[in-house]
Ligand binder design. Structure first.
Ligand SMILES: [Zn+2]
Length: 1131
């Protein structure tokens, strides 16, 4: 190693990912630092090479270990195989701890330095190698997680960036750059369509009063854009206008706001009359260009607006300017192609489209338009190739991310369009199958083939050509009107394709076929022009633009965030050796070569200390151990799982390969004969033993009066009671199609609204009447209404499938009445008391039910909910809140069909959701069964008849569809078992990482359990005690920290049945120590992290305490393992 000067070493030692965005190495002022950084990069690279060569001989003899790539969720998407040499080195270093530490810290430092130099691929590569060395400990190095997150972000691997950032915030919500992390997460989640969570992160980013690398206005811009992509146009407009009124707005941001506003005026009908909107659009886009003359994006959109009002010349001009400003934009080229095509200049159009698809190989619109162009010239083979490219699934991850907007902004026009496309492809397949290819393409060819066009270097030529054209245009007089506009009213393309397909061309000779094609050419042209017309009037002006803008504005603001934001930052100034200097006083170490790469001594020592916390400690020992913790920094994440544990990840599926039979296991079911059966302990045991169980004949055995829950009785009791309604598409239970009915998907669409019991009852009844009428009209008897048959599940399944087939094509909408709240005892007394007849383990309230120990109502969990259904009503896939068990009774008269997957496989389903770009926790999904079987995931499938109770065990993933007209009632229970408790706690932590609110306050519940019950199950005891330990430690640590900050803690106490508290900002549970801040005249509870975001010194924040410390200490110390001969609640 080359010795460096003291100063150089101290500069390098302090540099890490946290300086990203603060330290601009491209700034001439920082030239000196930059050269030190570059020199160090070379040195480290040399060191690594030196280590490798030095150890080559040793490693050569070591058998290189097989490297486990799948152990954590952080395995990068590509770069999976390590180079041989690296593998051997890793094998060697696993033996040599000391050398390994130095080596891996060097890798991490290398990652940081590359990151600061803006060399993101190099940074990612170094970080990924570091990660391979640190599978088990990487999470203790927060600077590393931040750095790799930024590298992923910069390289647009959003999925991985999101993962890293979520872990970072979970591990340390107070991380120095947490506000940047929130902004980036908000930005990426918005991009991925997870709007709710995106908004949450953006609002958290807005909360910060710390100096940060972006301004408040940038965050507000992102929030305004979030409204825009959700089609909340008025809110978006208001938010944008608000930004324009701010006098601190930068020129660049002003340009962005004007651009978005201009484009909204162009696209959004509710913003006024078309003429006015168009003129506003032009004005705003022009203002945007004035504010930022370099914006190729605004110029492009201006061109689109001109094209929309037939100002072809102006459109060309704007496009040309846009190409000059930002040459690499496929959308611009695509739009230029459309203009040329409309001007009947096919060669120019071809070249423009080729430019588009060369810039973006997955550009669907350009491929489609190009196909149409070829078809109109009779070049079917080329057209076919283009259509195929247009329908091809976006291949790389980047494209998936880019185009995820597609799924969101789906609407009918776009769907019709893609449907037409697949019909075109089928049609061309037939045509091409009949005609030998060369003869079609070689003779009457008007355009060069797709291969030739692809290989021509046309960009430059295109540029000049385009300029010529633009100059020529005025002389050509006004542009021709859109061709054959009136034809768009004529027979639909779909029908035409059908007619064509019926042509008896199969036995014809080659020449005949050619002739047919020629004859049909007129038809094609008409058809094509229909499409072109459709494209230009509908798709381009509305649908596509809607899509394009959301994508492009995101792209644009992405660039915006990633470039502008960080170079113009003025809040953080870099002064070598003074900031963020963790080890400032340890000067002696500066000259120590080995410590040069030592990164995270502080966090390492914290985790060492954490390890000393054990559930065997009493509260006094705990208190003195806490005194040893640092109070300079706020206490970080309080995980209640375990001491010193990595962030949670979804589990891998059980590895054993299942046979086809095992993938379709029989559903555990039991038939009750009488009341004695129902109350036998064996029934509870049976239920607890299986992932899911169906208890048949329960209502009969207990003589439950299900009539109390019939629609008729409900209407008589409370007609005006509120019902949430989900409007859904009626589908066969084992199928889920996208809205165009073109492919099977996971995303399950339903729209939410509200009504009353009386109105829903009316709907339910009329839906039933209508179906009776239908059945009579069709002349077949037997309906799905009453499930009077005694048939076994499998038989009824096949009946359903048969019946469904008939329904499939009609794709009618239905309304599902859901989440009807029956918690009010005054309103629903007879109903609720009837449920007292159930055995204790299934009752809504019982001492053996954890949820009865929460002490307050959690709607729908420890209270009853009702579901009112017509056939096809869907409850999409989910696990219950915090993995609690659930009880579901079918009131009838119709059946329900259930699908269920054991909890051990939830990670597999989670991954499939991710693959389908849908959020496991927030999204609405209906699994494609074949996808599950392919992943070796078993599925229970069964029918629940009236009077049957379904027991959903802890963590079981399930989805349900009604077969007939029926009502269901359901609630959650929490048996006092270690399994239930640990699954609830695991989900509590996973929710925290995903920024998803846990509606069961597990900490509050655990303290109540410790007060109320005696636990004899050792495992359950240890888990609860661990939660108490972790929370008590966190409370003590927080109080020490708050006192250190000079803030007084006031005792507030709490009412007996007060609801537990959640942070008003981030929605984590806040237990015992509450930070109150008045916001908009309301007193809002905050967690410590959010309070610190609002006020780093905690000034202006009131700190309240709910319990006396002595009381908590007493509860903690008194909670001991209850030794008994099986008399406790637990087994
Ligand atoms: Zn919070």
């Amino acid at each position: 190693m080359i010795p460096k000067s003291f100063e150089e070493i101290s500069i390098i030692r302090d540099l890490d990912s946290r300086y990203f965005g603060c330290l601009d190495l491209s700034d001439p002022k920082n030239l000196e630092i930059k050269s030190v950084v570059q020199k160090t990069v070379t040195t480290i690279q040399d060191d690594i090479a030196f280590y490798i060569s030095k150890n080559m001989i040793v490693t050569h003899e070591l058998t290189s270990k097989v490297f486990d790539n799948n152990s954590t969720g952080n395995t990068p998407p590509d770069d999976k195989k390590l180079h041989d040499v690296e593998n051997k080195v890793i094998g060697f270093f696993e033996e040599e701890t000391l050398a390994k530490n130095q080596f891996k810290n060097a890798l991490c430092k290398l990652g940081h330095l590359h990151l600061l130099l803006g060399e993101y691929s190099e940074a990612l590569s170094a970080y990924q190698k570091y990660l391979r060395f640190n599978r088990n400990n990487y999470w203790k190095n927060h600077e590393f997680i931040y750095g790799i997150g930024i590298a992923y972000f910069k390289l647009r691997c959003f999925k991985w960036a999101i993962k890293s950032f979520q872990e970072l915030l979970y591990l340390n919500p107070n991380f120095t750059c947490a506000n940047d992390v929130h902004l980036r997460l908000g930005f990426m989640l918005k991009h991925c369509g997870e709007y709710h969570i995106a908004l949450k992160h953006l609002q958290l980013a807005l909360l910060y009063t710390y100096p940060s690398t972006f301004s408040e206005l940038h965050v507000k811009f992102q929030i305004a854009h979030l409204y825009e992509v959700q089609n909340k146009h008025k809110a978006a407009k208001k938010a944008y206008e608000f930004l324009l009124n701010d006098k601190n707005i930068s020129l660049k941001l002003r340009a962005d706001v004007y651009r978005q506003l201009g484009w909204m005026y162009h696209c959004v009908e509710c913003l006024g009359e078309k003429k006015e909107r168009e003129s506003c659009a032009l004005t705003f886009l022009q203002k945007s260009i004035d504010a930022d003359p370099k914006s190729g994006q605004s110029l492009y959109l201006l061109g689109r607006c001109y094209a929309g009002i037939n100002k072809v010349h102006d459109a060309f001009l704007a496009y040309r300017n846009s190409v000059e400003k930002s040459e690499g934009n496929a959308d611009t080229w695509c739009s230029i192609g459309v203009l040329y095509q409309q001007q009947n200049q096919p060669t120019d159009a071809l070249q423009a489209y080729i430019c588009a698809v060369q810039l973006d190989k997955d550009h669907k619109e350009a491929w489609t338009n190009l196909g149409i162009l070829y078809e109109s010239c009779g070049q079917l083979r080329d057209a076919y190739a283009c259509y195929l490219n247009a329908t091809k699934q976006a291949s790389c991850q980047k494209a998936t991310i880019l185009r995820s907007e597609d799924n969101i902004s789906m609407n009918k026009d776009a769907i019709g369009f893609s449907k037409g496309l697949s019909q075109r492809i089928k049609f061309l397949e037939i045509q091409l199958g009949q005609a030998p290819l060369p003869s079609i393409t070689s003779k009457r060819r008007q355009l060069c083939s797709i291969e030739e066009a692809w290989n021509l270097p046309i960009s430059l030529e295109m540029n000049s050509r385009q300029q010529q054209t633009a100059q020529m245009l005025p002389r050509q007089g006004p542009p021709p009107p859109y061709p054959h506009r009136e034809i768009s009213e004529s027979p639909t393309p779909a029908k035409r394709v059908k007619d064509d397909a019926l042509n008896p061309i199969y036995n014809r000779s080659e020449q005949d076929c050619q002739d047919t094609i020629q004859q049909n050419k007129t038809q094609y042209i008409q058809f094509n022009q229909n499409i072109i017309t459709t494209l230009s009037t509908h798709n381009l002006d509305n649908v596509q633009e809607g899509r394009l803008i959301s994508e492009q504005s995101i792209l644009d603001s992405y660039e915006y965030i990633s470039n502008d934001l960080y170079t113009k930052n003025t809040n953080c100034k870099f002064e070598p050796g003074t900031i963020l200097s963790i080890n400032n006083d340890e000067t002696s170490r500066h000259l120590n070569e080995d410590s040069e790469y030592t990164e995270f001594n502080v966090s390492a020592s914290i985790s060492d200390l954490s390890q000393s916390f054990k559930i065997q400690m009493d509260s006094k020992q705990l208190l003195s151990a806490v005194k040893l913790l640092t109070i300079e920094d706020p206490p970080i994440n309080c995980t209640v799982l375990q001491v010193n544990t990595p962030p949670p990840t979804p589990p891998d599926c059980p590895p054993q390969k299942l046979s086809r039979d095992q993938l379709l296991p029989p559903t555990p079911s039991v038939h009750l004969e009488n009341k004695k059966n129902a109350f036998s302990p064996q029934l509870q045991e049976f239920c607890l033993k299986h992932p899911i169980a169906v208890v048949r004949g329960l209502a009969g055995a207990l003589k439950l009066d299900l009539g109390l829950f019939s629609t008729k009785t409900l209407v008589e009791a409370n007609p005006d009671h509120s019902v949430e309604v989900r409007t859904q598409v009626h589908q066969s239970p084992d199928e889920n199609w996208d809205t165009s009915q073109a492919k099977r998907v996971w995303a399950c669409i339903s729209h939410r609204s509200h009504t009353t019991i009386a109105k829903y009852a009316q709907y339910q009844a009329s839906s039933f009447q209508d179906s009776l009428k239908d059945e009579n009209d069709k002349g077949y008897a037997g309906s799905q209404i009453m499930s009077d048959s005694d048939s076994k599940d499998s038989v009824s399944n096949s009946n359903i499938t048969l019946k469904r087939k008939k329904h499939k094509s009609s794709s009618k909408m239905l309304r599902f009445g859901t989440n009807v709240d029956l918690s009010d005892e005054r309103k629903w007394k007879p109903q609720l008391s009837e449920l007292q007849k159930l055995p204790a383990f299934a009752r809504v309230i019982s001492a053996a039910n954890m949820l009865s120990h929460v002490g307050h109502v959690i709607l729908g969990m420890n209270t009853v909910q009702l579901y009112m259904k017509v056939p096809g009503s869907r409850t999409p896939g989910h696990q219950e809140n915090n993995n609690f068990c659930s009880i579901n009774i079918n009131i009838g008269p119709g059946d329900c069909e259930w699908f269920a997957v054991p909890d051990a496989y939830w990670g597999g389903i989670h991954n499939l959701c991710e693959k389908n770009n849908i959020s496991y926790l927030h999204g609405s999904w209906w699994p494609v069964l074949e996808d599950l079987y392919k992943e070796n995931i078993p599925v229970y499938r069964f029918i629940q008849k009236p009077g049957d109770l379904v027991w959903v065990n802890a963590g079981c993933v399930h989805w349900v569809q009604s077969v007939g007209w029926c009502n269901n009632i359901a609630w959650n229970v929490g048996p006092l078992t270690a399994r239930q408790y640990s699954l609830a706690i695991e989900r509590y932590e996973w929710n925290k990482l995903q920024a998803f609110k846990s509606i069961v306050p597990m900490v509050h519940l655990s303290w109540n359990l410790a007060r109320n019950i005696k636990v004899s199950d050792k495992k359950l005891f240890e888990l609860i005690k661990m939660c108490l330990l972790q929370t008590l430690k966190n409370i003590l640590h927080t109080q020490e920290y708050v006192k250190f900050k000079g803030v007084e803690i006031r005792f507030n106490g709490r009412g007996k049945n007060d609801a537990s508290h959640y942070c008003g900002q981030c929605e984590v549970e806040v237990f015992n120590v509450l930070f109150i801040k008045e916001q908009e005249k309301r007193h809002v509870v905050h967690c410590l992290s959010c309070a610190l975001k609002l006020s780093p010194s905690l000034q202006g924040i009131v700190c309240l305490e709910e319990y006396r410390l002595s009381e908590l200490q007493h509860v903690y110390d008194s909670f001991t393992l209850y030794r008994t001969q099986g008399l406790a609640y637990t087994q």
